[in-house]
Each structure stands twice: as structure tokens, then as C-alpha cells.
Design a protein around this ligand. Structure first.
Ligand SMILES: Nc1ncnc2c1ncn2[C@@H]1O[C@H](COP(=O)(O)OP(=O)(O)OP(=O)(O)O)[C@@H](O)[C@H]1O
Ligand SMILES: [Mg+2]
Length: 310
């Protein structure tokens, strides 16, 4: 794919969330990839939302930020208010995808499978334990599994709730869904091949993702545990979930699957997934023959297609 030098592109990266370091890596990778195509691109570290003012209205924005204002819709709203075209989901969709109870409620309302759960708004809120252990206790607006605990018996519950409330004022208690874990990337309304995530312990947690003290995590694309029919059903589920959540241009739908029974449930949707060349979405795109620079150019084109209508 060739780039158009007339188009002015800005890759926004950094941000001020706990995922800043990951965004610095992703943003730089996207910038370098676009640069390699000869595109007219610049890179801007955005540490506060007000810095959006420095972006020219004829620039196309690629927000490559994770967590905080870059992912929760605030940045997208600021860009919409200024009439600036950008890649990715709109501000309302971002706000919903950032909040797990709201995401689950939207999906469940359309009869899509999500883990059974209860939302707490205070650590002392009484609730009826309507499902058996094990449970997952996690912050509603979390990321990178910070504040998330696997609760296998009643004694562990109180500290787990306190831990989750230390990072958020809304907490989700979910039934633990026993199954293998997959991530289906969505690109321009199409579901790419699922990536199977094989981690050493019971959760795909911070260690399994980044530090690997407990052992290596393996990523398989194509997946190794799914039949062709299961792959198709998973892609269909991911596309339905993406459409209910109004996920636009690119993103990922994480799905748990009991491969014996083929029962699946949607864990969450990510509207701004990792974008280094070996992150999951670029990995899946590569499987379908889309190189990393081409993937980045596609994001620019999708944003540009909306520039005229703004
Ligand atoms: N209900 C559940 N049943 C089984 N496993 C779960 C459940 N909820 C979370 N997990 C496990 O914990 C991991 C992290 O959960 P989740 O994705 O909801 O949180 P997160 O903090 O948003 O993580 P990240 O943003 O890094 O993906 C999942 O990838 C999965 O391995
Ligand atoms: Mg997750």
C-alpha cells in the first residue's frame, strides 16, 4: 500500500495513565511503520488532554494511547469537538468499553454470553452470592489486571474486595469461567483469526503478560485448540459483540471458550489495543497477509474516510 504525502498524520502516544510505558512503545512502532511508507507523519507525546489544542484541524489523528483519557473517550470527545478525524471508536463507545459492567450489560441485553456477575459500588455493600466459587473480583474500569483477584474460598473475599476498591470506586464480582483464552481482532468490521493465549497459571495476569516470572506465555495464531467450526463461531461472536459495542476501525474482543463444549463468553472489548509489531492485533493481521505498515496505513485511511463528513 502506498502512502499519500499530502495527508498530514499525527500519532498521539504516551498519556498519563499507568499504561504510559506500553503506549510509548506502541506509538513509536506505529510512527516508524508509517514513516517507512514515506507518509507525512509526526509523533506527539500527549501528557494532558488540553494538549489536543496543538493539533491542526487538517491532521489525521492516530490515538495510540492505553488507559486513562486516551482510552475512556475523553480524548475522542475533544477531537470530535474540534472536528478532527481520528482512527478508532467514537467517544461514547470508548466510554462503554472502558467500563466492564456497562460492557457486560450491553452485551447481555443482546443475549450475547458474558460471565455472570454482580457490581458493587461500596466495599460494605451486601450481596447474595448467587453462584459457586471460584470468583473473580476486579475493578470495573481496570486494566492490566491491577487489583484483580481469583477468589477460591470465602476467606479470600474481603481482602479481594478491598484490593479492587483501592483502584476504583466500582467493583465487579464475576463467576470464574473455566476455559481457554482467545483474542479476536477486529479490523474494519471484519474478525481476524483468533489468537490463542496459553499462560502458565490460572489467569492471564500482569506477570503472564509482561514479566513472566511464573513462566512463559505462548500466543498461537492460528489457534491450536479450536476446530474450524469453533473458529467461525468465535469470529461471529466477536463481530456481534463489536457491533453491539459500536467498536469502530480496530480493536479486540477477548473471549473465553470451553473447548470441550464450545461454550464461549465475552470477557471484554479493547478499543485501543497494543500496537507494537508483535502485539495481538498486528500478529493476527499478519496472518491474513497485512503487514504492520499496511495495517497502520489502513487505520489512517479509515479515519480519513470520515474527514469530509465531519
Ligand atoms: N470471569 C472470568 N472468568 C475467568 N477468567 C477471568 C474472568 N475475568 C477475568 N479473568 C482472567 O483475568 C484476566 C484479566 O481480566 P480482564 O481482562 O477482565 O481485566 P483487565 O484488568 O482489563 O486486563 P487487561 O486490560 O490487561 O486485559 C483475563 O484475561 C482472564 O485470564
Ligand atoms: Mg483483559
Amino acid at each position: 500500500m502506498a502512502s499519500d504525502v499530502e495527508t498530514k498524520i499525527v500519532v498521539l502516544y504516551g498519556g498519563n495513565s499507568s499504561e504510559r510505558e506500553i503506549s510509548l512503545t506502541s506509538g513509536k512502532a506505529v510512527f516508524e511503520a508509517l514513516k517507512s511508507t514515506g507518509a507525512n507523519v509526526r509523533l506527539q507525546d500527549i501528557k494532558a488532554l488540553q494538549e489536543v489544542e496543538s493539533i491542526a484541524t487538517d491532521e489525521i489523528v492516530l490515538p495510540i494511547l492505553h488507559g486513562g483519557f486516551g482510552e475512556n473517550g475523553e480524548l475522542q470527545k475533544a477531537l470530535e469537538d474540534r472536528g478532527i478525524a481520528y482512527a478508532g471508536s467514537n467517544s461514547e463507545a470508548c466510554a462503554i468499553m472502558m467500563n466492564k459492567p456497562q460492557t457486560n450489560a450491553r452485551l447481555a441485553a443482546q443475549k450475547l454470553p458474558v460471565p455472570t456477575g454482580i457490581t458493587l459500588t461500596s466495599p460494605d455493600q451486601p450481596f447474595e452470592p448467587i453462584f459457586p466459587f471460584p470468583w473473580i473480583v476486579k475493578p470495573a474500569n481496570g486494566g492490566s489486571t491491577v487489583g484483580l483477584t481469583l477468589v477460591e474460598e470465602a476467606l479470600q473475599l474481603k481482602p479481594a474486595i478491598q484490593e479492587a476498591f483501592s483502584v476504583d470506586n466500582e467493583v465487579l464480582i464475576e463467576r470464574f469461567f473455566e476455559g481457554k483464552e482467545f483474542s479476536v481482532s477486529i479490523l474494519n468490521d471484519e474478525a481476524l483469526l483468533p489468537v490463542e493465549i496459553q499462560y502458565p497459571d490460572k489467569l492471564y495476569d500482569y506477570d503472564a503478560k509482561y514479566t513472566h516470572q511464573g513462566g512463559e506465555t505462548h500466543y498461537h495464531c492460528p489457534p491450536i485448540s479450536l476446530s474450524d467450526d469453533q473458529i467461525k463461531s468465535m469470529q461471529t461472536l466477536a463481530k456481534l459483540a463489536a457491533s453491539v459495542l459500536q467498536l469502530r476501525d480496530f480493536g479486540r474482543v477477548d473471549i473465553l471458550c470451553d473447548t470441550e463444549t464450545s461454550i464461549m463468553c465475552v470477557l471484554e472489548a479493547n478499543n485501543l489495543p497494543g500496537m507494537t509489531s508483535d502485539s495481538l492485533l498486528p500478529k493476527a493481521a499478519k496472518q491474513t497477509g497485512i503487514s504492520f505498515p499496511d495495517l497502520c496505513l489502513q487505520l489512517v485511511e479509515m479515519a480519513q474516510s470520515r474527514q469530509e463528513v465531519l
